[in-house]
Ligand binder design. Structure first.
Ligand SMILES: NC(=O)c1ccc[n+]([C@@H]2O[C@H](COP(=O)([O-])OP(=O)(O)OC[C@H]3O[C@@H](n4cnc5c(N)ncnc54)[C@H](O)[C@@H]3O)[C@@H](O)[C@H]2O)c1
Length: 286
């Protein structure tokens, strides 16, 4: 298969490229294919005519997005729109990655979000990512949108940050009132690979690892598996902001998304603990 990858230098893209080895893969990032430029995208896709376009490009800095201005909408919404239009003209399938931030994040933690639940993003990142989803749906039928959350892999991420802190500090404070599913980029890349190989029905799929936790319990698991001795104090989001003196975009209390739709396609969704162990082994930390 001929596959065009955008945002190919990013964390998820690295895992996607590895998962799809053996295919004809064309890797691009902002230097060679800026997805915000409609004309360039159209020309590039028309020249290459890929069967699949996998968009791993995004403005992913949630806090910076609050003050970064129109560039966030350009990358997260205009980019996917340009790719969707180019895909339509060239009969390509667009695979796009979105986020739990399209939801309000205030659902009762006894419940989890289904793909079609009402959207109510409350951050610049979430709003622009939702615009990106909408732009694809308006312009194209042949698309997959995978909504993920709490992603870690070969790039800066929460697990690497915690490992560094755990190795240098005696105790740390971690937020215990935000609930979600940590997701290993290798597993998300596998969902994408399986989806296109099995040709599952087009549409939106929640795509995280299985099971739910909090940042606090996730951190305790990281330290336990990596054999790190460091006291972890559970704090509320409000306490964390107060203690760390940070200003940050509003965080979802509940990022839990059901994976029943993905699993109904025969795609295996590993538990987050299992995924974390595989990651720590790959990182040489276990
Ligand atoms: N990291 C997370 O925790 C998380 C959570 C939920 C969803 N997601 C989504 O997963 C996807 C992948 O995230 P990631 O963490 O791998 O991202 P990343 O920040 O590691 O990589 C993004 C890439 O996009 C590229 N890019 C930025 N602007 C571009 C442009 N105009 N044209 C082309 N490329 C451009 C960057 O150079 C970078 O290589 C994104 O869609 C993101 O919104 C991530």
């Amino acid at each position: 298969m001929k596959i065009l990858i955008t945002g190919a230098n990013g964390m998820l893209a690295k895992s996607v490229i590895k998962r799809l080895e053996g295919n004809e893969i064309i890797c691009t990032d902002v230097e060679d294919l800026d997805i915000t430029n409609e004309e360039t995208v159209k020309e590039f896709v028309t020249k290459i005519k890929p069967e699949y376009i996998i968009n791993c490009a995004a403005f992913t800095a949630v806090d910076k997005a609050e003050t970064a201005g129109e560039i966030v909408e350009k990358i997260n919404a205009d980019g996917p729109r340009n790719l969707a239009k180019a895909a339509k003209e060239n009969d390509s399938v667009l695979v796009h990655v979105s986020t739990d931030y399209v939801f309000g994040g205030d659902l009762d933690v006894e419940k989890d979000y289904k793909e079609d639940d009402p959207k109510n993003p409350v951050t610049a990142y979430g709003i622009t990512k939702l615009h990106g989803e909408e732009a694809i749906i308006e312009n194209l039928d042949k698309y997959y949108i995978f909504r993920t959350a709490w992603l870690y892999g070969d790039g800066n991420n929460f697990v690497r940050t915690m490992l560094k802190l755990g190795e240098t500090k005696d105790e740390i404070n971690v937020v215990a009132d935000q609930h979600g599913s940590p997701t290993y980029a290798e597993d998300l890349a596998n969902f994408i690979g399986e989806a296109i190989e099995k040709k599952i029905p087009y549409g939106i799929y929640n795509a995280t690892n299985e099971g739910y936790t909090t940042w606090y319990d996730f951190t305790k698991a990281i330290f336990e598996y990596a054999g790190i001795v460091c006291r972890v104090n559970p704090v509320t989001t409000e306490e964390y902001i107060e203690i760390m003196k940070v200003t940050q975009a509003k965080r979802p209390k509940n990022s839990q998304m059901t994976k029943e739709k993905l699993k109904a396609q025969g795609i295996e969704v590993p538990e987050w603990e299992d995924a974390l162990k595989r990651y720590l082994k790959a990182e040489g930390k276990m």
